[in-house]
Design a protein around this ligand. Structure first.
Ligand code: SME
Length: 161
């Protein structure tokens, strides 16, 4: 059962709390879809400034929309396309303060102004998807969020194909 919580103001404490929440609601689940569904719900609740939180999963040469919270989104992203595809191609997180300045940004919601994308890695380090979060605010995400979310998605490593 979900219980509404208040989140620590300190970012370091916030991310420790968020890791514990993800472990509680997604850590014990063996089904990938169910775990990612709850993980996206936990993330959306934890980031009130986020208008979209979810996953894209690698399939061949594209990313396919997975579980998410927010308005309907593009369902397929070619390798290297958009912010998500850049995270996949470059093998590193993308923190975008103003999406209008990101060449090739794919706009799912015209209200989104900033974005963070974190690659999902398997045991061998290969990328099997991305976590994508958008915000209607500019510069809603920073390097601390990049580090914190990178640590958080480690809980999903076991779902790599
Ligand atoms: N903005 C992303 C596309 C996914 S929607 O934001 C959910 C991108 O440029 O890859």
């Amino acid at each position: 059962m979900y219980i509404d919580v208040s989140y620590p103001a300190d970012k370091r404490d916030f991310y420790k709390f968020l890791e514990d929440q993800l472990a509680l609601y997604a850590g014990g689940e063996s089904d990938r879809t169910a775990a990612l569904a709850n993980a996206s719900a936990v993330l959306k609740l934890a980031f009130p400034r986020a208008n979209w939180a979810g996953f894209y999963l690698a399939a061949g040469e594209e990313l396919i929309l997975g579980p998410f919270q927010g308005r309907p989104a593009v369902t397929r992203i070619p390798y290297g396309a958009g912010v998500c595809g850049a995270a996949w191609r470059e093998g590193r997180p993308q923190v975008v303060e103003d999406v209008s300045c990101f060449e090739g940004h794919i706009a799912c919601d015209c209200a989104s102004h900033s974005e963070i994308v974190i690659p999902l890695r398997g045991e061998n380090g290969s990328i099997w998807g991305v976590l994508d979060m958008d915000s209607a605010d500019y510069a809603a995400f920073d390097k601390e969020d990049e580090a914190g979310l990178t640590a958080c998605v480690e809980i999903l490593r076991r779902f790599a194909p």
